[in-house]
Design a protein around this ligand. Sequence first.
Ligand code: ZN
Length: 379
Amino acid sequence: MTLIKNANIILEESILENSALLIDGERIAKIGAEALKADAAQVIDAKGAYVGPGFVDIHVHGGGGAMYYQNPKQAVEHFLAHGETTQMPTLYYNLTPAEFAEAIRTVQAVMKEERYGKIIPGFYMEGPYMNPLYGGNPDRNHWKGEIKKEDYQEILELAGKDALVWAIAPEREGIETFMADAKAANPDTVFTMGHCEASPAQIEAVKHFGLKMMTHCFNATEHPPKRVGTRGVGPDEYCLLDEEMFAELICDSGPIHVPVIWQKILLKMKGIDKIILISDSFVSDTNDHPDCFKYPDLSFDHNGLLSGSKLTMDIACKNFMRHTGATIPEAFKAAALNPAKAVGLGDQIGSIAEGKIANLIFCDADLGIQKIMLHGEII
Ligand SMILES: [Zn+2]
């Protein structure tokens, strides 16, 4: 057993000041004064640091110089150093069917190793059936046109229960068949809508499959054609009103992806329990565009178009607190507990609670990372 003392423990709703935590093997055993009574073999003096749950980044393509599908370990280690003890490699629809299959195999091979299996619970599939009009390089979209079983069957079978999330565009013709088959391959899979312009009716038509999230709210979306002089209603507006739906937020420093006003509206409408911070980190084809120097946590392609971010979750939390006035426990909720709940891992990770896996971050008030614990071990 390991005792952590002199810690400001970030709980789901509050901070337990100058307190203690007892870790038994991989799990959190006791929180507070009770922890001090145990006879622990190892004692860690947190020296007044904040101790919070490890970040859960469900939407991340790669970083630290490598996309997950190229070099999963390099990407994992980059984000782990920033406190991301859970990472869901995100495969994008710019991959061809063959590349998509190969990417699944590459990541799955690494998931079999103990260290990486603890960090990667499965995939977030951003596609392949998104609306080709929004995001992605149109020349590299092999998933336009009719949705056909023979095109997607191999990746569904390969990914199996490792596909925790599938992002879809509800307005794609034939999307129901794909969703039914994805659900059959993994009954626990969750759907999210993104890169789309679906109407409320189109969204409601596919909700029963388990559509529970909005992919990077306010980015890469539009609304269906509307009357001149009126404001359109599309997936973002639908998500704002739907109390059950989680909303992903790319919270960069600019902020560029989502202006402060929209971040505040999102927080007010959704409440802190339904916002999920994501990095959406991407390794761009260039680092030379002038905006790369102006916004170090953003990623731009050779055309100067936004291409995801270079965020890590510690920076996303800091940005979120600065833009919206969220507190430290609120930021951790959006960066750990909410994403864990959204993908069905909320009873195992995402907060400091008795019985949960001891994935912990030791940090200062500015979220500077000091130490990381993964499954009960300081790494
Ligand atoms: Zn995207």
